[in-house]
Design a protein around this ligand. Structure first.
Ligand SMILES: [Zn+2]
Length: 248
């Protein structure tokens, strides 16, 4: 059984019998994997503190012939969501992990998605404004899935997108306000400006990119709609976040 050592992002875990867990993780080099971690309890466990969703870790696993499930040897946390110090950021940890999990195909290497996930953990620890970070991550995950159209120009007339317009949730691209027909998802000039600026910036730079409250709400709704069309469901943690927002 060959042993692979890699950097990875933990996405989720679930119970397997009394003492073991199944771990879903995104590797930097071989895409998303599922593995069994034996004996996860106790301070001496080789997985202690490393299995929280959105932990950035150094880990090793054995591939098993003709089995999709790998066997984890150890997980050593490098950055942990337990280092996130503000409540809003913590509230989003599950959401980011679920979003990346749902959009990452099994064993399909995607270095850009891995780097995005790793940058999210760093940004949460560094207290990047979490609303902007969420819209940024949604935008990039959807772009990498081919769901988000290019926002550089109207795909009908080629005109500049700066005055806003609408996107077709079924993949028809971005149209400027003059060319827009039918029921699209509206994007104001402010939303387009934010996304265009954000697309050329690492998430650590988001504190310097403005996003007015109204555009933030518009983008949140637009992205929720795009995600549910694409995944054919609403994310569980997205419902939790909305319930939390209503309660505060
Ligand atoms: Zn146009």
């Amino acid at each position: 059984m060959p042993l692979h050592t890699t950097d990875a992002l933990i996405l989720r875990t679930y119970q397997l019998g009394e003492a073991d867990r199944i771990v879903v993780f995104l590797t930097s080099d071989r895409g998303k994997k599922r593995g069994v971690a034996n004996r996860v309890r106790g301070l001496k466990s080789r997985f202690a503190g490393g299995l929280e969703p959105l932990t950035l870790a150094r880990l090793a696993y054995y591939e098993r012939e003709q089995r999709d499930l790998v066997r984890l040897s150890y997980v050593e946390p490098v950055r942990s969501p337990l280092m996130v110090r503000d409540g809003d950021g913590l509230g989003h940890v599950e959401y980011f992990a679920e979003l990346i999990d749902e959009c990452a195909p099994e064993a399909d290497p995607n270095a850009t998605l891995y780097r995005l996930g790793a940058a999210v953990v760093e940004s949460l620890v560094d207290k990047v404004p979490v609303g902007r970070l969420a819209r940024y991550v949604e935008y990039w995950v959807l772009r990498l899935q081919g769901v988000y159209p290019s926002l550089i120009a109207c795909h009908r007339c080629g005109g500049d997108s700066v005055r806003g317009g609408q996107i077709d949730p079924t993949g028809g691209g971005f149209t400027c306000a003059a060319c827009a027909v039918g029921q699209g998802i509206r994007l104001s000039a402010e939303s387009v400006r934010f996304l265009r600026a954000a697309s050329g910036t690492p998430p650590g730079g988001l504190a310097d990119i403005g996003l007015p409250a109204e555009a933030a709400r518009e983008l949140e709704q637009a992205h929720r709609q795009l995600i549910s069309v694409h995944l054919e469901k609403e994310l569980r943690s997205s419902k939790v976040l909305r319930a939390m927002n209503r309660a505060t």
